[in-house]
Design a binder for this molecule. Structure first.
Ligand SMILES: NC(=O)N[C@@H](CC(=O)O)C(=O)O
Ligand SMILES: [Zn+2]
Ligand SMILES: [Zn+2]
Length: 426
C-alpha cells in the first residue's frame, strides 16, 4: 500500500517548506518536492495548507486499564492520543493490578498491542504495587518488555529504596522516571500552598514536597549513573535543582506538562476540581520559570500527564475529587495557540519538545520525518479557529480545564505505521 501526502508544510531546518511524503506500507519511502509524476500510488492525501508533523510522542499518560475502565481504557485513551496528534504514548503503571511482575507486564503489553490505536509503550513499577520498599524484578521486567521504571502517582519515599532501584536500572540501561513527592511534606493539601490557597481557605501543598525529593534523587542519580527523568516538574526551585544537576554532569532529564505552562494557581478563583492535579498548579513565578527552563534546555520535553477521571468524581469539591486532568486532546492546540501564535516559542521548538526530544532521550524510533523511518505522521490545521468541546473528546474523561477555549491547531489526520489512526471529518 502506497500513499502520498501531497503539498503539506514540513519543518525543514526549522522552517516550513512544501513537501510531499510517500508512504510505502508502514514506512516513509521518500520525502521531496513534486513526487507524484514518477510514482504510482494507491491514495493521495491532499495536505495543501496543513502542517505535516512527525507524530507526537507523549511519555506520560494514564490509560487506567486494567482496573479502572470507568475512567479510561487502552482503546479510548489511545484514540484520544491519536485525536491529539500523538502516534506514540507511554502508559503509566498506576493501574490495578500494577505491572510489577513480568507476567502482569506481559498481559498489559498484549492488551496495549490489541487495543492501542497508536504505539503504546509500558512503564513497569519500581516497587511492588508502587508502594513500600520491595523492589520489583527489574531484570525480569526489562526482559518482558518494560519501557522504563516509574511509581507514578506516588513518590518513592525511602532514599535507600530509590538508591537500590537506580543501581539496578543503571545496570539494565533503563530510566527511572520519577513522580517526585515527599509524602511527609504534603499535609493533605489539595492545591499549591501560597497566597491563593490562603485566600480560598483550601489546604496547600508546599512546593518543597517536590523539590526536596528531586534534590535527593539527583544526588542518588549522580552516584549511580542512572538515567533519572523527573515527571511533571512544577516549581521554580525544582527547575533550579535540575539546572544545577545538569551543569554538574548528572544524567537527568525532565518533562513539564502543558497545564503547568499554561496556568498558575491564579486561575483557581473558587473551589474547582477541574484545576486539581498533582503536582498542583504553581505560582505565576513558577510558571515563568518553567517557560524559561524549556527555553534554556533545563526542561527537555513536554508530556501531558493525561489523567482521566469520571465526571462524578470531578464534580466533587477539591477536598474530595481525585488529582488529575486530561491532556492528550488539548495539548498541541493549546500550546500552539498560547505560545507559538504569540511568538514565545517557535513551531520547531514546540515540535522538538512534543516529538523529537521524547523519542531521542528514550531511544524510541519515532519523532522524526525521514526516509526509512516509521510512517507516524500528523496533519494539523494551523489556521482555522475552533472551540474545544467535551463532546469532541474520544477519551472517557472530560476533566479538562480547557473546555470552551478558542484555539487553532486542529488535528486533521493522524497516521500510525502508515494507517489512519484518526481522521477529522471536516
Ligand atoms: N497527575 C495527577 O494528578 N494524577 C495522576 C497521577 C500522577 O500523575 O501523579 C493520576 O493517575 O490520576
Ligand atoms: Zn505523577
Ligand atoms: Zn501521571
Amino acid at each position: 500500500m502506497r500513499r502520498l501526502i501531497k503539498n503539506g508544510q514540513c519543518l525543514v531546518d526549522g522552517h516550513l517548506q512544501v513537501r510531499d511524503i510517500l508512504i510505502a506500507d508502514d514506512k516513509i519511502e521518500k520525502i521531496g518536492e513534486h513526487l507524484t509524476a514518477n510514482v504510482p500510488v494507491d491514495q493521495i492525501i491532499d495536505a495543501q495548507g496543513l502542517f505535516v508533523s512527525p507524530g507526537l510522542v507523549d511519555l506520560h499518560v494514564h490509560l487506567r486499564e486494567p482496573g479502572q475502565t470507568d475512567k479510561e481504557t487502552v482503546r479510548m485513551g489511545s484514540l484520544a492520543a491519536a485525536h491529539g496528534g500523538y502516534t506514540t504514548i507511554a502508559a503509566m503503571p498506576n493501574v490495578i493490578p500494577a505491572p510489577d511482575t513480568p507476567e502482569r507486564l506481559k498481559n498489559m503489553l498484549a492488551l496495549n498491542q490489541r487495543d492501542g490505536a497508536v504505539h503504546v509503550v509500558q512503564y513497569a513499577t519500581i516497587t511492588t504495587d508502587r508502594g513500600g520498599d520491595e523492589l520489583v524484578d527489574m531484570a525480569g521486567l526489562k526482559a518482558a518488555g518494560a519501557f522504563a521504571f516509574s511509581n507514578d502517582g506516588n513518590g518513592v519515599q525511602t532514599a535507600g529504596t530509590m538508591y537500590q532501584a537506580m543501581k539496578q536500572a543503571a545496570k539494565l540501561k533503563l530510566a527511572v522516571v520519577a513522580h517526585a513527592e515527599d509524602d511527609s511534606l504534603t499535609y493533605g493539601g489539595v492545591m499549591h500552598e501560597g497566597d491563593v490557597s490562603k485566600r480560598l481557605g483550601l489546604p496547600g501543598i508546599p512546593s518543597v514536597s517536590e523539590t526536596a525529593q528531586v534534590a535527593r534523587d539527583v544526588v542518588l542519580a549522580a552516584a549511580t549513573g542512572v538515567h533519572y527523568h523527573v515527571c511533571h516538574v512544577s516549581s521554580a526551585a525544582t527547575v533550579q535543582v535540575i539546572r544545577a544537576a545538569k551543569a554538574a554532569g548528572v544524567h537527568v532529564t525532565c518533562e513539564v506538562s502543558p497545564h503547568h505552562l499554561l496556568l498558575s494557581d491564579e486561575a483557581i478563583n473558587r473551589d474547582n476540581a477541574m484545576l486539581k492535579m498533582n503536582p498542583p498548579l504553581g505560582s505565576e513565578q513558577d510558571r515563568q520559570a518553567l517557560i524559561a527552563g524549556l527555553l534554556d534546555g533545563t526542561i527537555d520535553l513536554i508530556a501531558t500527564d493525561h489523567a482521566p477521571h469520571t465526571d462524578a468524581e470531578k464534580a466533587q469539591s477539591m477536598l474530595k475529587a481525585p488529582f488529575g486532568i486530561t491532556g492528550s486532546e488539548t495539548a498541541f492546540a493549546m500550546l500552539y495557540t498560547q505560545f507559538v501564535k504569540t511568538g514565545v516559542f517557535s513551531l520547531a521548538q514546540l515540535i522538538n519538545w512534543l516529538a523529537v526530544q521524547p523519542a531521542k532521550l528514550f531511544g524510541l524510533n519515532a519523532g522524526k520525518l525521514a526516509e526509512g523511518k516509521p510512517a507516524d505522521i500528523t496533519l494539523f490545521d494551523l489556521t482555522t479557529p475552533y472551540k474545544i468541546k467535551a463532546t469532541d473528546f474520544l477519551s472517557k474523561g472530560h476533566n479538562s480545564p480547557f473546555i470552551g477555549e478558542q484555539v487553532v491547531g486542529k488535528t486533521i489526520r493522524t497516521v500510525v505505521s502508515g494507517q489512519d489512526a484518526y481522521v477529522n471529518k471536516r
